[in-house]
Design a protein around this ligand. Sequence first.
Ligand code: NAD
Ligand code: WQD
Length: 340
Amino acid sequence: MNILVTGGAGFIGSHTLIELYKAGHTAVVVDNLANSNPESLKRVAELIGGGVTIPFHEVDVRDRAKLTQVLQQYQFDACIHFAGLKAVGESVAKPWEYYENNINGTLVLVDCMRQNGCKNIIFSSSATVYGDPAMIPITEQCPKGHCTNPYGQTKSMLEEILMDMQKADPEWNIVLLRYFNPIGAHPSGRIGEDPKGIPNNLMPYITQVAVGKRPELGVFGNDYDTHDGTGVRDYIHVVDLARGHVKALQAIGSQCGLAIYNLGTGHGYSVLDLVKAFERANNITIPYSIKARRAGDIATCYSDPAKAERELGWVAEYGVDEMCRDAWNWQKNNPEGYAK
Ligand code: NAD
Ligand code: WQD
């Protein structure tokens, strides 16, 4: 298939491009580079090899005219829509910017798509839509919960919008992928997560401590109702997550209508479990101290990924040691991310 990949220069998008080409698909990337560096795309092409060039258009998905040009220049079988802003804390400070970028961006995208004859989309949703989950492990049957921040609201609202569109027009095939906590990097160490400024997420913070950019990790709370008091999450290797998108194309190909899948490993690790796993895998000590809880955090969140296995034949293959090894391999080889 030929796939329009929005946000393809970003963390998950860049890894997904490699898996798409490996599986025999082709892609065109649209990204406004708001949170990425085009160097990622050069490295993706190197990793794919064989002289492949992936067409890249520096376009904002809210720009109807430019997006339409791209849709008319190529023939797309489907879109994988990663483009969006994703920093939870920033979304609290800038709600308008988050609603406008994520919601308006997606509305413009799907409108341009349908006007140009493409009604197949895979959407990057998030486990955040479950709020403080009503069940653990979380199946797709779990009711959606209250999102404590505008970022999460955009994901939850966009799911509703896409579901309503599919209901009104069954020609749409829409796959909502609810990611748990993507970490790690391509095993080559050439592409990975390149956060701007102080990382919000745990793994990039750990790797920046490991590389000496930050003195210590702050652990946000050790009084949760978990085995060691720190928050438990379902960390998933970004390469496994990327492969999940390739598998989801099968659902599109078989005219799934609407389909929702959790993409996680099904295993929960606490903050301190992850710190220990990182130390063990890489033989590095991570200094940390316990801080107050972070507003909006929940105690425990991990998936039941059985539906994706049953229906897509997808299962996460990498374990936490490989996630830690690859995250560090990327960070130590690229201490300044793509900037150097
Ligand atoms: P990322 O920031 O690395 O990638 C997103 C890309 O979208 C960036 O390259 C950015 O420049 C681009 N972009 C943003 N707004 C755009 C716009 N209006 N037009 C065109 N391009 C735009 O983030 P990521 O971690 O790769 O996440 C990809 C998607 O997955 C996002 O939608 C994110 O919300 C979602 N998601 C991420 C996580 C996570 O923890 N990383 C978890 C669940 C869901
Ligand atoms: C993991 C655990 C923290 C940083 C977020 C979004 C979610 C999704 C994935 C996009 C928690 C603790 C963290 C630190 C810490 N993104 N922590 N010190 O909060 O589970 O999910 O990213 O959709 O929507 O909310 O991930 O990596 O920020 O935190 O102790 O410096 O690590 O409290 O328990 P989270 P995270």
